[in-house]
Each structure stands twice: as structure tokens, then as C-alpha cells.
Design a protein around this ligand. Structure first.
Ligand code: M6R
Length: 587
């Protein structure tokens, strides 16, 4: 939820940190701060806003010193303000800390520290870390002070501190922290994007790892102070390729990238696919979990597993998982779907499933993520970096992977024709001219509510479409199973209410037409998304003809584009929706 970066080396730290923070801003973007060490003095500058804005006003990049830490915040404890922005310092400005996560017992720790005479400057939970380290430094060296601090704090954290000696220290528990080993210095970061411009050599810290580093040495310890070692991983350089290119925003760039990312996702490595099929076939109870968009992928998987593989799966939203996990055992399989592989709710579900001895299979984009490392096996959706906070290309790639897995269960009669060349042509057709969607957005930009209807495997797409409209355009939107409207939602329909219907010609077609009649006769304005026009539609968004079972993968794309245009027309920044963050690493 927040991004952390630390650097020690030959370069001026602040300019390196500012550029790194810009790349990780997707993790949180309400305030920014940097601390550097200059001639035995710790300097701090911080402010409210995005990295570029705060850098323009405070000239962060000009701060002197070759050791530093930086942070972008997504507020949890304490409002969005300069004093709550990180870094936080101890009473004497001898140690300065940045933190990602939540310290559950911070209030009790803070009360004790205040009784001992510590003075706090923020309302955050994070500031206790600086004061605890200060206290322990009176008795111990840096290593032991960090260990004692970690023993005191409960919750989730990745934190990094710098000291006047020039040392940088960090620790993690259930939040990512990665070391980058460069020729011109070392890094410590929430994401490899923080240092990929300088090095592709990374060490992924595990839970309960502590690191102390300078520009040449990296020393790792466990919470008992024993030296430990972790492998050096070579990270793919392409992850660093996050330029907007010719596009105004990452979101629209990533929507267009689906021309390649969908066909790519269909090409799962054969042996990985076979292993996946084996794991699924040998499991008695299959649970699928995910959050937000990834949860919608899980829901679609349920329909497809039933229909084509005759396999029953139970879909559980990750944030609800801990309350309904009683039925898991050693014959169970949990399939965890996550773009980032770092979502706290998903990781928590995995942890619970592992406690029940269930197997873990994951579908992820970031193959260096915590989720991959916790899984018995993972399948990569291969989408490349997705920077826009709204999931777009990762959603359709998740669907492509799910279809590919399920296709392998249809051994006698393969109903899912997924030739990649066919897909490329279809995607070109959808994405080449989007002016009609822009016109619809102009007509819709001031509406208060939008309903999206779909039945069967179009229902998860209706939910996902509504999520896109909400988060990008700040318009209330609701996905509804078409057959359900007569059981309640019809009461909301009045003349002019906007209803988008997902209605390609397949076995759901006539049932959905019935629901459209029921709404149309109450004055709803209908936007039909289909391969076939109908007089009932006030607007018609044509889909190219594909195998009828594959429509879910393509019918979301016009809604993604419509949501993007609605955001633009409502002056919202589609890349960074208010109050959200790309990687939700807190529960
Ligand atoms: O990285 P994950 O797939 O685990 O993320 C899960 C959700 O936080 C994510 O899909 C979120 O709902 C998106 N912003 C939706 O566009």
C-alpha cells in the first residue's frame, strides 16, 4: 500500500529515490517524503501530493547525501497530512524510518513510549518504530535494536531505517521488501521496479528477515540474530519497461496492450499446464480465491469448471476466506488468483489453507511475488507490468489462463477454440476505433447510476464492468445477474436509467432479452453489447463474432474503454483513482 525505497552508494541518494518513487507510486500516492544523511545530519523533506508535485515544491531531488530513504503513503492510521507523511524520526533525529503495513499494537506502544518521555509528531502507527529503535539503541547495537523492535511490534510491516553511522537496516513481516545489489550501491525496496533501472540482481527477503547494509556489504539475520543467507535472483529487465509511450495514461496503454497480452497468456508453458492439470485432477475439494478483479476471474472459473470440466469449485472472496475455511483439509486445493501476488487478503487465505495442509496453486502476474513463493505451483499470466491501478490487461490474461487450463479437461470434444491468430484479429477490430465509446461516455458522464446485466458466465463480467466504472469514473455502478432484476433491482429503474447488457448470441441470449424487455418497459436506456443488434438497444456496441464461449474475454474491453473515457470526461485521473492503491498489502 505504501512504497519504500532505500539507497546507499556512489550517487546522490535523493535524485535516485525520487525517480524510484515515481515508478512505485501505484502503491500509494497521497503523500511523499525523503530523508538523506549529509555530513552526520539527517535531513527530512515531506509533503502532501504526488511525487512530481512534492518534488516540484520541495526540490526533494536536490537534497544532499549518498544514503537515503523515501516513501509514498496510502494512509491507514492518521489523516493525509505533512506530519503523517513518512519518514518519521525519533526524538533526537538520530534514526529515521519508513514503513509499509499496520502496527496493530501501536497505541499501547505509543502510550508506553510517551510515559517514558518520547515526543510524537504524527498520528501514525509507524512512528512508534523510530522511537522503539531509539530506546533500544541506548542499550544495544543497531542489529540488536532492530531485533528488539521487531519483537515488540505486532501486525504487518516492511520498514527501513537509516542511522547517522550511514548504515541502512530493514525488516519484514507479511509486507514485501527486496534488496537490489548494484555496481554503484545497494537498494532496499517494496518492488523491484524501485531499482531495476540500476540492477537486475535481487534478494527477496522472507518473513522475519532482518537486513543491515551499506554500499558494499549486505548482512542478513533472523530474529534470534543468527546470520542467514537468501538466494540472489536475476529479475527480468522487461519489468522495468513502464513508459507510457504514445498514450496519455497507463490505463489506456494497458487496455490497448491486450492485443498482445491476451494471445500471450494463452500460450502457457506445456509442462506448467500439465502440472496444473495434475494438481487439479488429484484434489478432492477445490476452492478458488481472489480479491476485486481477481475475484471476478475466480467467479468466471466456477462457471467454466462446471460446464466444461464437470468439476465443482467453491469460490471465496479472499477478505472473507478466514471465516469460511473450516472445510479445508489435506485433500483440498486452493487456487489463488492475484495480479500482484502481494494482496494481503489473498496471502492470508493462502496461509490459512496451508495451516489446513491444503495444496496451493496460484495464477499470478508477478512471478517473483510472495504468492508464488508460497505456492506448490504457479501459472504466470505473463502480462508484463500493469501500472494503472485499475486491473485491465491482467484481468483478460487471467481469463485466458483459466480458459487454457479448463480446455485441458475437455479431452474428447474441445468446445473452446482459442487460436491466437484469430484472437489478434478480433482484438484489433475492437481496439482500432473507440470513438463511438467516447461519444457514449460524453452522453453518460453526468449520470448517477449505471447497471450492468449479464447471465451465466457474463455475470462475473457484469461485476467487473461495474467495478471499472466505479473506480475509474466515480459513478455508482452495479453488476446484476440478469434474471435477478425482477427480484428487486427493477424497483430502481425509472425513465432514463442507464443499463448496459452483455448479450452476445449464446444460450443466455433469450433470457437476457426478457430482462431487457422488463427494464425497457419501465423507461431504462439500454446499451447492448453483443454481436447482434436489436431494436431494444438505445446504443449498440458491436462485438466481433467469436466462439460463443469466449465472449467474456472480449466483452469487458468496451466497458474498460468506456470507463476510461468516463474518467477523462469527469476530470478524474484514470491511472490513480482516489483513495485506492494498486497493491493492497494491508488487511
Ligand atoms: O493484485 P491482485 O490481483 O491481488 O489485486 C486484487 C485487487 O486489489 C484488484 O484487482 C483491484 O480490485 C483492482 N484495482 C481492480 O481494478
Amino acid at each position: 500500500m505504501c512504497s519504500i525505497i532505500g539507497y546507499t552508494g556512489k550517487f546522490t541518494a535523493a535524485s535516485v529515490l525520487v525517480e524510484s518513487l515515481k515508478k512505485m507510486e501505484y502503491r500509494g500516492y497521497d503523500s511523499v517524503g525523503i530523508a538523506t544523511l549529509d555530513s552526520n545530519n539527517i535531513l527530512i523533506r515531506k509533503g502532501v501530493g504526488k511525487v512530481r508535485e512534492v518534488d516540484d515544491s520541495l526540490q526533494l531531488y536536490k537534497m544532499p547525501g549518498q544514503v537515503g530513504i523515501g516513501h509514498t503513503r496510502w494512509a491507514t492510521h492518521g489523516g493525509i497530512s505533512k506530519s503523517n507523511a513518512h519518514p518519521h524520526t525519533d526524538c533526537d533525529n538520530n534514526v529515521v524510518v519508513v514503513h509499509n503495513g499496520i502496527i496493530d499494537n501501536y497505541q499501547q506502544l505509543k502510550d508506553n513510549l510517551i510515559k517514558q518521555g518520547h515526543i510524537f509528531q504524527s498520528q501514525t502507527d509507524s512512528e512508534v518504530i523510530a522511537h522503539l529503535i531509539e530506546t533500544y539503541l541506548k542499550k544495544f547495537d543497531i542489529k540488536q535494536a532492530i531485533i528488539e523492535t521487531c519483537k515488540q511490534i505486532h501486525g504487518t510491516y516492511a520498514f527501513v531505517a537509516i542511522f547517522k553511522s550511514g548504515l541502512v537496516a530493514g525488516a519484514r513481516l507479511d509486507e514485501p521488501l527486496i534488496i537490489g545489489i548494484g555496481n554503484n550501491g545497494n537498494f532496499i525496496s517494496s518492488d523491484v521496479l524501485g531499482f531495476l533501472e540500476y540492477t537486475d540482481k535481487a534478494i527477496f527477503l522472507d518473513n522475519y528477515d532482518i537486513v543491515i547494509l551499506d554500499d558494499k556489504n549486505i548482512n542478513l539475520f533472523d530474529f534470534n540474530g543468527n546470520a542467514i543467507s537468501r538466494p540472489i535472483t536475476q529479475v527480468a529487465w522487461e519489468l522495468g519497461d513502464i513508459d507510457k509511450g504514445k498514450y496519455a495514461h497507463y490505463t489506456i496503454k494497458e487496455i490497448h496492450e491486450q492485443k498482445n497480452s491476451i494471445p500471450m497468456a494463452f500460450q502457457i508453458n506445456r509442462s506448467s499446464l500439465e502440472k496444473t492439470v495434475d494438481i487439479i485432477s488429484s484434489s478432492k475439494n477445490i476452492f478458488i480465491t481472489g480479491s476485486g478483479t481477481s475475484y471476478h476471474s475466480a467467479l468466471l472459473a466456477k462457471y467454466l469448471f462446471y460446464k466444461f470440466a464437470k468439476i465443482r469449485t467453491e469460490i471465496i472472496m479472499s477478505s472473507e476466506f478466514e471465516y469460511v475455511s473450516g472445510a479445508l483439509d489435506e485433500n483440498s486445493l486452493l487456487i489463488a488468483i492475484s495480479q500482484s501476488g502481494e494482496t494481503a487478503d489473498v496471502l492470508n487465505s493462502v496461509k490459512i489453507a496451508k495451516q489446513h495442509k491444503a495444496k496451493i496453486l496460484s495464477i499470478v502476474n508477478i512471478s517473483t511475488s510472495s504468492l508464488c513463493r508460497l505456492s506448490d505451483h504457479y501459472v504466470s499470466i505473463n502480462s508484463g507490468p500493469e501500472i494503472g491501478v485499475a486491473a485491465t490487461k491482467s484481468f483478460t490474461a487471467q481469463l485466458a489462463v483459466i480458459y487454457s487450463i479448463i480446455d485441458n479437461f475437455c479431452t474428447n470434444n474441445r468446445p473452446l477454440d482459442m487460436s491466437t491468430s484469430m484472437f489478434s484479429n478480433i482484438l484489433n477490430e475492437i481496439l482500432t476505433d473507440t470513438s463511438y465509446l467516447e461519444k457514449i461516455a460524453e452522453d453518460l458522464k453526468s449520470v448517477r447510476d449505471i447497471y450492468i446485466l449479464g447471465t451465466s458466465y457474463h455475470y462475473p463480467i457484469a461485476l467487473e464492468g461495474a467495478l471499472k466504472i466505479k473506480e475509474l469514473a466515480y459513478i455508482h455502478a452495479e453488476g446484476i445477474a440478469a434474471g435477478e432484476i425482477k427480484h428487486g433491482p427493477l424497483a430502481l429503474i425509472e425513465p432514463g436509467t442507464i443499463v448496459i447488457v452483455l448479450n452476445p448470441e449464446d444460450e443466455t441470449y433469450y433470457n437476457v432479452l426478457n430482462s431487457i424487455h422488463q427494464m425497457k418497459s419501465r423507461g431504462a436506456k439500454i446499451i447492448g453489447i453483443s454481436n447482434k443488434n436489436n431494436d431494444l438497444y438505445d446504443y449498440f456496441i458491436r462485438l466481433p463474432l467469436v466462439n460463443k464461449y469466449l465472449y467474456p474475454i472480449i466483452e469487458i474491453i468496451p466497458i474498460q474503454i468506456l470507463s476510461y473515457y468516463l474518467a477523462i470526461k469527469n476530470n478524474a485521473n484514470p491511472d490513480y483513482p482516489r483513495n485506492l492503491a494498486k497493491s493492497v498489502t494491508v488487511k
